[in-house]
Design a protein around this ligand. Structure first.
Ligand code: DGL
Length: 296
């Protein structure tokens, strides 16, 4: 648990790394953000990355706003203390429930020159350009769905788009428990897509509003109507980050360029490495951090 001593240690580490180039931090509650990391690495092959999965406390999707904010802030502080100057919250639930508070309330005192970005705004931006019928479906965790974050962003960016949302509480557990390609997953994917599509036959685009869902992509495409465009987030977020770095050379300069990725999990390292290899399509050797608040 955090206390003033561990807070001071983390604060001292953040101060010691201020202004020094470091890896891009990528954070998710568990494995899902790896689907974004894979696209980020493809788009920025020379950049260094540090991936953090809070597997010990996943899933976040059913947790309260306060708790998701608290967990996400701990993760951000940990990644800052490890030298990241830029962090992507590759988790819709954390982006929906914690990003704004961290950007507006914490960053100004914690590390005003560092940046924390999310995945919801770039996805909302891109999807408005993809839909023709202007009727878009969203599948997401209960937390992301209840936050209405996609509704808010779409209303600002593409006000004529109508959003139909359906929460899928079983999809993340199917992935985290390695059931995503098993017959049991068929039932839940079909059930939830039918529920989404029953809201409007005009839906021509479905946003996968959770970074775990690309592992279910084959089944989602199997059970979605063939005319519907299913949109995962990895490439969208990667393109958005590339554009952002072009517009912000001062942030680009703070990213080390060794082409390496470090993987950190709050759960058992071997278990993480085995599943992470499926997401990354390449060998992964993770390390464990037992307590994000102390960094040990
Ligand atoms: N992968 C995360 C997301 O994009 C969260 C899943 C969870 O922890 O419930 O929402």
């Amino acid at each position: 648990m955090p206390n003033s001593k561990s807070d001071n240690i983390i604060a001292a580490q953040i101060a010691a790394t201020a202004g020094h180039p470091g890896p891009i931090g990528v954070f998710d509650s568990g494995y899902g953000g790896l689907s974004v990391l894979r696209s980020l690495r493809k788009a920025l092959p020379d950049a260094d990355f540090m991936y953090l999965g809070d597997n010990a406390r996943a899933p976040y999707g059913n947790r309260s706003f306060d708790l998701v904010y608290h967990f996400t802030l701990e993760a951000v502080k940990y990644l800052f203390a490890r030298g990241c100057q830029l962090i992507i919250l590759a988790c819709n639930t954390a982006s929906a429930k914690a990003l704004r508070s961290i950007q507006q309330l914490d960053l100004p005192t914690l590390a005003p020159e560092r940046r924390v970005l999310g995945v919801i705004r770039p996805t909302a931006e891109a999807v408005g350009e993809i839909t023709h019928s202007e009727s878009v479906g969203l599948v997401a965790t209960p937390g992301t769905a209840a936050s209405k974050s996609y509704d808010i962003e779409l209303a600002k960016l593409h006000p004529s788009v109508k959003l139909y949302t359906h929460a899928c509480p079983m999809w993340v557990p199917l992935v985290e428990n390695l059931e995503y390609d098993k017959p049991g997953a068929d039932y839940f994917v079909k059930y939830d897509l039918d529920a989404l599509m029953s809201q409007s036959p005009a839906i021509d685009t479905i946003i996968l509003g959770c970074t775990h869902y690309p592992l279910l992509l084959d089944k989602i495409r199997q059970f979605a109507p063939p005319s519907v465009n299913v949109v995962p987030q990895g490439e969208i977020v990667a393109k958005s980050l590339t554009d952002y770095l072009h517009r912000h050379p001062e942030i680009q300069e703070l990213i080390t360029q060794g082409g390496n990725t470090e993987y950190i999990t709050t759960e058992e390292a071997d278990k993480f490495s085995n599943l992470a290899q499926i997401f990354m399509g390449a060998p992964v050797e993770a390390k464990r951090v037992h307590d994000l608040s102390t960094g040990n």
